[in-house]
Ligand binder design. Sequence first.
Ligand SMILES: [Zn+2]
Length: 415
Amino acid sequence: MAPSTLVVRRARLRDGRIVDIEVTDDRITALQPEGSGQSAPTEIDASGQLVLPAFVNVHLHLDKTRLGDRMPYDRTGTLQDGLEQTWPLKRAYTVEDIQARASEVLNTAIVHGAGFIRGFADIDPMGGLTGVDALLGLRERYSSRLQYQVAAFTQEALFRHDGTLEHLEEAVRRGVDVIAGCPQIERSADLVRKHVETCFELATANDLDLHFLADDTDDPAARSLEIITDCTEDAGWQGRVIVGHVGALSAYDHPHAVEVIRRVVDAGVVVCTNPQISLVLMGREDRGAVRRGTTRVSELLAAGARVIAAQDDVDDPYYPFGIPSQLEVAKYTAHVAHLSHPAGLDTVLDMVTTEAAKAVGLEAYGLEPGADADFNVFTVDRVSEALRLAPAPRWVVHRGVVTATTETTTWLRTE
Ligand SMILES: [Zn+2]
């Protein structure tokens, strides 16, 4: 067997076992009983603390991130406000500016243990393909530090502004990994359907995965999710479609929601909840008992649907908060979906690790021999503590190489 290049000693797995993790180059080669791992040029002593596979974030608007300080003070904070306030900024976009802001967030995400990020770039006549070019330009730069995909996103609809479809087609030619639709922005139900169908035509013709911002609204009349499930089955694209937000599902009357959930399960569509942005954007017209705006996470899970969670925004025109930490996302998900019991904590952690990895087709993912050596070593010893404190990992490892370390120092007067 090839000699180890990295060994993590006394690593605590989620099932409580403490092992030595042996790594050769970019792969985990063995989990050995504590103390029996062979020596290696790089040794990490986990000291019996938790080791988790790398976090997976499938939905992050990287082109708009860190625009917060360019927003006017006099704002309403609605979805429409976020859209309109971004227009003049998009017209002024440059590749260098987007890359500087996106790099800052990618770097912070790596510090917080991200091993995979799908970055979204708007395509529309205001910003043209500047966002796509900027994010594609980061692919090579980050290739040794995380897995990275670029999604071309129709934030301003496909059929509201002339030229958007042509921009999307050009983005595909330039090499985006994913087509990301936003059908709800269209002006009519017919155009919502045409938007979804056009995204499927482009994706199937170019062998690309699909991601939709689906029914991100409190409006119980929103219907794009049903169109997406039908198109997924018709195209045979099961397992290649993720739908994000999906707030309207919570606004449907219960029998209709049950029917739509059944169609989601049958079509093999993955639902991605984005709890933070839903909490601040949805339920704005409610008075008294304001809805949370998140989708029906627990009901989807109970019906056998695949559900994951993602960080939608970091300090952008829609959301002034956010650190790119999937532990924070998991914690918010536990709050909004009432997943605060022990099994619930495991469920929300799965949503940002194993389930999210499956949703984007990562085949060699996990903490087992043969898997990619992408993992995080924490300074907490159990899942509940990781979620309670949401710390940056002490060590972040990508493909067998340490990519980030964090040490914190605190002083406290005790008398
Ligand atoms: Zn989004």
